[in-house]
Design a protein around this ligand. Structure first.
Ligand code: PMV
Length: 330
């Protein structure tokens, strides 16, 4: 048995930070995201009868060759294999060979774990001969440990519900990819590896004295952002998601120990986006747990922004995304 799967990464407009339960990866708050059309992982999986065969090779962005996964990468896949086996209620072991290729550079502040683990959720389901609906697949993706992977399962724009109950915390599509002609122009400012993983970062979230304030404010922010999205009011939407990105990073910067991801280039880029906006080119930034910028604009302004940022020597790579389909077989 051999099959292939494509799964997108996603960018959260309203981000999840902090967990109610870290072993079940239950988030402190709802989050809302868009799947990315040009940042995805393709995996090809071969099911092997011999359970001792568990292999993975990886092809990095802009390289031609597959190389064996590192020990740390393999350990994460094997741990997730056990989680999936338990969730799916499977008794027997199976072997597998995985080929994984990313359409985007690793270490670029784009959640490659979300695209990879959402693809693996579907792969393990298939390998074990099971068939899950999207809700259950999203729960299984969440249990990978990279919680935001659950938002890559549904199509287009996803909403992930926070809950104390594992069966109630999953992501659903609130609109299809073609609902709104939005872009996420990823401005890669650095390829440096993050020193602290998100999993570790979530643990410290509540040490920020502003954590509870953000949690309380999120109820109305989520509703207002959803309203602006439903009205397709780009100015209101962009203003809200930009403020949210700053609030999110305020928690990171004030938790103990602090996580300070912004670099000189991040601040420069923020100021340039604000200036371009004042000059009539409308776009807003959001920033994930990294130093790179996600510039959100409408399709009509894509060319203006990409022309501008391709000329800036401090911008290492420009990746233009529209909203995309969720995890699917190829
Ligand atoms: O997906 P995780 O569990 O590794 O957490 C990452 C969360 C952020 O990317 C920082 C925000 C989000 O909601 O995508």
């Amino acid at each position: 048995m051999e099959f292939s799967i494509r799964s997108p990464s996603n960018i959260a407009f309203i981000k999840y930070w902090g967990q109610r339960n870290s072993s079940l990866v239950l988030p402190s708050n709802d989050s809302f995201s868009m799947n990315l059309s040009n940042c995805y992982t393709d995996i090809t999986v071969e099911r092997v009868e011999d359970p001792s065969v568990k292999e993975m090779i990886i092809k990095e962005f802009k390289t031609d060759e597959y190389t064996p996964a590192t020990n740390a990468e393999m350990q994460k896949v094997l741990a997730y294999y056990d989680v999936a086996k338990k969730y799916l209620g499977v008794a027997n072991d199976t072997g597998f060979r995985i080929r994984s290729a990313n359409s985007f550079p690793k270490k670029a502040g784009i959640a490659s774990s979300a695209s990879f683990f959402s693809a693996m959720a579907l792969a393990f389901t298939k390998i074990f001969g099971k068939d899950l609906d999207k809700k259950q697949l999203s729960i299984l993706a969440r249990l990978s440990g990279s919680g935001s992977a659950c938002r890559s399962i549904p199509d287009g724009f996803s909403w992930w519900k926070a809950s104390d109950n594992s069966e109630e915390s999953y992501a659903e599509s609130i609109e299809a990819p073609d609902y709104w002609d939005l872009r996420d122009i990823v401005l890669v400012l650095s390829f440096d590896e993050k020193k602290v993983s998100s999993a570790e970062g979530h643990q410290g979230a509540q040490t920020s004295r502003y954590f509870n304030i953000r949690q309380q404010a999120l109820t109305s922010t989520l509703q207002e952002t959803k309203n602006a999205f439903q009205m397709k009011d780009f100015t209101a939407f962009g203003t809200l998601i930009e403020q949210e990105a700053i609030n999110f990073h305020s928690i990171l910067m004030t938790q103990v120990p602090p996580l300070f991801f912004w670099s000189e280039s991040t601040v420069r880029c923020i100021k340039e986006i604000v200036k371009l906006r004042e000059d009539g080119l409308e776009g807003f930034f959001t920033i994930d747990a990294g130093e790179n910028i996600h510039l959100i604009c409408e399709g009509k302004n894509e060319a203006g922004f990409s022309e501008y940022f391709l000329k800036q020597e401090y911008v290492k790579e420009v990746i233009i995304n529209s909203a995309a389909k969720g995890t699917h077989f190829l």
